[in-house]
Each structure stands twice: as structure tokens, then as C-alpha cells.
Design a protein around this ligand. Structure first.
Ligand code: PLP
Length: 365
């Protein structure tokens, strides 16, 4: 792919703040972004330009009918000074899965990878080397055709932006969240867009999220609308831990996002031979059985898996009838902590990672 460079002589933002304070999550930007346009059935004009506004016609399809998709991944600075992208091929594949789900054009995975590596090379000084920090990578695509008919757009923009990010929990991995189990709201239904990372899924989750907040809960655990099986959290897959230390993740169906973190945990368990012994499996989990097993002490820990926090432990669940169900002693459990420590250290190169999971950002030219 031919990438045109239009780089700033003088950066609009200085480099990373020199501070020992953790960086905020999702707030900071770097100086440049990658852009590419889809016109007449082909991707054209790949370029890296200063981070800034993007002009859109008011009739652009994305603004009216939500034809927008995105991804989230992380690059880490290792002790050798190099920057490494974690399992980004999985994000490239999933972006194309989301594109197919929303009748958008795919971006060849090799082009997504090349564009991201090139942007990361240019912005390498923005990758923090503080503990639990990363350069968050946010690729996204949106529909640009100025047309009010409800149909797939003829034009699109694909963009990659970067955000230097600190730990998701600035206070450390210590606060277990309280989750609301709701039957009032549903994130996605079979046959819909649940397996896609599309804007509409997140817009649709805001109302439930606000409802949870009012009830004193950090997030929502969604159930399958028909079967009352556990689906996922608004921005994470769900897991629980059985008393023998096995992590159990709801079986993927056509309304759950296939988390790269969940899949990595399952693959680590299958591979074995690591310094940390991980046991994990997937199965369909019925809410009533889940609650009975928590009460019987068969389920000792629970939480969420996702790129942003890696693991978010759950301390308690609230049901809509006001019943509160604590998990274990309501605090972060040893299995969740051990997995978190292994996974986070693997990403920064301090624990062995399976071959190919970390890709070095080479210096270009
Ligand atoms: C709905 C949803 N489920 C699960 C996840 C976790 O996926 P991943 O581990 O790929 O970040 C996310 C975040 O990306 C999400 O938004």
C-alpha cells in the first residue's frame, strides 16, 4: 500500500507528560492519524496526516443510520525499548467481520496492519513506558455518502487514531465492581449486530448503563432475551471461576462479541506449558443455575474480560428485585489476580507469550 505522509514540522502537542502520575484512559491524543477513503468500489488515498477534524456532509449516512464500526487494541513499550502490538491480526479480522455485518467494505487485513505499524512508528515517542500503560489503537470506519435513503453508503472513511493511556483503574487492580443483571434491557438479539463492534450497540447500551448507575452499579450484565442465559457486559465478556480455579466464559453465539481477551485466555489454557497453569472453557450459562452455584459456593470469583482493563473483577450482582448476590468475599479473588498479573506482564514482555502474539513495530526506512 502506498501511504502518503503529510507530517507536521512542529508537533501540535508536546510529547508525553513527564510525571509519575498515571495517564488518564482515552483522553490523550497523538499528533497524527491514518486516513483512507473508499470511492468507486476501492480504497484510495492512504495517508498519515495531522490529527484533526474530518469534514463530512450533513447527509452522511453514518450520522443518520449509524453505519460505523471500530476496534480497540494496544501497543506496549518493552524493556528493550521496542514497541509491540498485541494480537492485532485478531482486531483486523474482527473489523472485517463487523464490516460484513453492516454491509460495509472490508479493509484487507494486511493493509490495516501496515497502516497501523506505520502510524505507530511515526508516533513511537507517544508510547508510555510507565507501569500498566499502553498506546491504545483505535481503528474505525464510517459511511460518508450524502444520501438520506436507508441503504449501504457508497463512500467510507477508514481512520486510525492513537491514545496514550494509563491503567484503566488508576488506583490499581483492587476494586471489584457491582453488576446489575437486567431483564429490562437487552444489548443485542440473535440475528442482529451483537457480534459486530458497531456504534449502534454502544448507543443502545447507554440507557441501561445510566439505569445501572442510578441503582449503584458500575455496569450491566446482559442476558439472552429468550433463554435467560448470560451474554456479556456492555464493554466486556463475562467470566466466572469455579472452586477448582477453572474460568468459565459464556459460549459465543450470534449476539456476543468475540473478545480477543477471552479467546486469548482460552488459547492459553489449551496450550498449557506456561508458568501459570490456566484452566478455562466455554459453555452456555443459565442465570438461575449461575445464581444457585454462587450461593452454593461452587462459583468463587467472577468478572469481565476486555482489552481496556484486561480483567475487571466483579464483587457482587444486583437483581432488579433488589436482591444482592455477593461473589466470594466481595473482593478481588486470587485466580482473577493471578491471571491479570500473568496477562498484563505477558503484554509488556515480562512473561512468556505464545509465538506471534506480540509484533514489534519496526523502524521504517
Ligand atoms: C461488547 C464488548 N464485549 C467484549 C469486549 C472485549 O473484547 P476485547 O477483549 O477484544 O477487547 C468489548 C471490548 O472490546 C466489548 O465492547
Amino acid at each position: 500500500m502506498n501511504i502518503r505522509l503529510e507530517l507536521l514540522d512542529k508537533p501540535q502537542w508536546r510529547a508525553l507528560p513527564e510525571t509519575d502520575e498515571p495517564l488518564p484512559f482515552g483522553q490523550l491524543r497523538t499528533n497524527h492519524m491514518f486516513l483512507m477513503n473508499y470511492r468507486d468500489g476501492a480504497w484510495t488515498d492512504a495517508r498519515i496526516v495531522p490529527y484533526g477534524e474530518i469534514a463530512l456532509m450533513p447527509g452522511a449516512t453514518c450520522l443518520h443510520y449509524g453505519q460505523t464500526i471500530f476496534e480497540g487494541a494496544k501497543a506496549f513499550k518493552h524493556d528493550d525499548g521496542g514497541i509491540y502490538l498485541f494480537r492485532y491480526e485478531k482486531n483486523c479480522e474482527r473489523l472485517n467481520h463487523s464490516a460484513r455485518n453492516l454491509c460495509m467494505p472490508e479493509v484487507p487485513a494486511a493493509d490495516q496492519m501496515e497502516a497501523t505499524l506505520r502510524l505507530l512508528d511515526i508516533e513511537r515517542d507517544w508510547c508510555p513506558n510507565m507501569p500498566e500503560s499502553s498506546l491504545y489503537v483505535r481503528p474505525f470506519m464510517f459511511a460518508t455518502q450524502d444520501s438520506l435513503g436507508v441503504k449501504p453508503s457508497a463512500g467510507y472513511i477508514y481512520c486510525i487514531m492513537l491514545s496514550p493511556a494509563g491503567p484503566y483503574y488508576p488506583g490499581g487492580f483492587s476494586n471489584a465492581v457491582r453488576l446489575l443483571i437486567t431483564t429490562r434491557y437487552h444489548r443485542a438479539v440473535s440475528g442482529g449486530t451483537g457480534t459486530a463492534k458497531c456504534g449502534g450497540n454502544y448507543a443502545a447500551s447507554l440507557q441501561a448503563q445510566e439505569y445501572a448507575k442510578k441503582l449503584g452499579c458500575g455496569q450491566v450484565l446482559y442476558l439472552d432475551a429468550a433463554n435467560r442465559t448470560i451474554e456479556e457486559v456492555g464493554t466486556m465478556n463475562h467470566y466466572h471461576v469455579e472452586s477448582d480455579g477453572t474460568f468459565v466464559i459464556p459460549a459465543f453465539n450470534d449476539s456476543i462479541l468475540k473478545s480477543v481477551t477471552s479467546r486469548s485466555v482460552l488459547e492459553l489454557a489449551e496450550m498449557g506449558g506456561l508458568p501459570l497453569e490456566i484452566k478455562a472453557r466455554q459453555e452456555t450459562i443459565f442465570l438461575d443455575k449461575f445464581i444457585a452455584d454462587v450461593k452454593a459456593g461452587k462459583i468463587v470469583e467472577a468478572g469481565g474480560f476486555g482489552t481496556a482493563a484486561v480483567i475487571s473483577p466483579v464483587g457482587a450482582y444486583l437483581l432488579e428485585d433488589g436482591t444482592e448476590i455477593a461473589i466470594g468475599d466481595g473482593r478481588v479473588g486470587p485466580h482473577s489476580r493471578a491471571l491479570y498479573e500473568y496477562y498484563a506482564n505477558m503484554q509488556i514482555g515480562r512473561r512468556p507469550a505464545p509465538a506471534g502474539w506480540l509484533r514489534k513495530v519496526e523502524k521504517y526506512g
